[in-house]
Design a protein around this ligand. Structure first.
Ligand code: PHE
Length: 343
């Protein structure tokens, strides 16, 4: 009896036709499901007397195999059919755009600063980030033990009596290196990375970028400094930008000044950004101290010059209205992508 059911079922399964996934699933359930034929037959198989067990067992396995290969065959056919029905790729479709990344705002601003000063004949100079005491402090008229050295919290790498090794705290060290190797006239800028031992916040970082400027020649006066910087800010922030110089102190310049520009947001009427003053501080500058010229072997009776130094982060913050300095270094794509057309 069970033998008849099995052999009939084998024939029946071989004849099955189905073309949709749902129909195939129905067939699977009918034969292989929990309450399906196979389970039913296996239950009956327990009752089969010993002498027939072998023969029935073989037939049962044959039936199971037939069902499984039938299901495979039906599935293959339906996928083949659906593959054929798939619409062909549209070969006229525009290609997917490759995302190319964007220029970092600090790179964009650095390039713009270099472009502006090269129009005035300034060359670009470089110096090492790991410096010695001489180039960062002593040659720039910071006397030993002078409190002016505390103006910049320094990361020291090696301290010894002759010459400390340290991470440069400003790009003014490149002034010294350039004066040591070139004879005046010198007209150079030095963009670069500087390091200070400061707590990281929205307004300060232990690593940032500066651009140094130096102009040495005969008869260079404060008027040249002022005009050069005025040209720079008008190019950088727009022709209606005004400047204001406030007396300040740096060991390497005399007289020294800090320069403000009229607020880029409110144009001088007073707002949150300029804290109601109408002015924003952007750089330090002054006439190169004769001691600095002499320390690098330039005759201060013949030559004079001016120098200035500015933070690239600060300029970029004002230009792009960036509120938190840390964003420059977090590499958040959502921040960086906003500058894709910065150049
Ligand atoms: N080196 C100064 C600083 O880091 C900036 C400066 C450069 C001031 C050149 C005057 C002249 O603050």
């Amino acid at each position: 009896m069970i033998k008849d059911i099995i052999t009939k079922s084998i024939e029946e399964v071989k004849q099955i036709q189905a073309s949709t996934a749902e129909d195939i699933e129905k067939i699977r359930i009918r034969y292989l499901g929990k309450k399906g034929l196979m389970n039913d037959l296996f239950a009956q198989f327990k009752e089969v007397p010993n002498e027939h067990r072998k023969e029935i067992g073989i037939l049962l396995n044959e039936l199971k195999g037939t069902i499984q290969s039938k299901l495979e065959e039906l599935k293959d056919k339906t996928t083949a059919v659906s593959d054929n029905n798939k619409p062909q790729e549209d070969l006229t479709k525009p290609a997917n755009l490759l995302s190319l990344g964007s220029i970092h705002p600090l790179t964009a601003v650095r390039k713009e600063i270099i472009d502006i000063f090269s129009r005035l004949g300034f060359t670009v100079e470089e110096g090492p980030e790991i410096e010695d005491d001489w180039h960062v402090f002593s040659a720039l008229n910071f006397p030993q033990e002078h409190p002016a050295r505390d103006m910049q919290d320094t990361f020291f790498i090696e301290t010894n009596k002759e010459n400390n090794v340290l991470l440069r705290t400003h790009t003014s060290s490149v002034q010294v290196r350039t004066m040591e190797k070139q004879k005046p006239p010198i007209r150079m800028i030095a963009p670069g990375r500087v390091f200070r031992n400061e707590a990281i916040s929205a307004r300060a970082h232990c690593m940032f970028h500066q651009v140094e400027g130096l102009y040495i020649d005969k008869n260079i006066s404060f008027a040249d400094l002022k005009q050069t910087l005025l040209y720079f800010v008008k190019e950088m922030f727009g022709s209606d930008t005004q400047i204001r110089l406030r007396p300040s102190y740096f060991p390497f310049t005399e007289p020294s000044a800090e320069m403000d520009i009229s607020c880029t947001i409110c144009k001088g009427t007073g707002c949150n950004i300029c804290k109601g003053t109408g002015w924003l501080e952007i750089l330090g500058c002054g006439m190169v101290d004769p001691n600095v010229l002499e320390a690098s072997g330039i005759d201060s009776n013949v030559y004079s010059g001016f120098a200035f130094g500015m933070g690239i982060e600060r300029i970029a913050m004002l230009k792009y209205d960036v509120k938190d300095l840390r964003q420059y270094f977090e590499n958040d794509i959502r921040f960086l992508n906003q500058f894709s057309s910065a150049l």
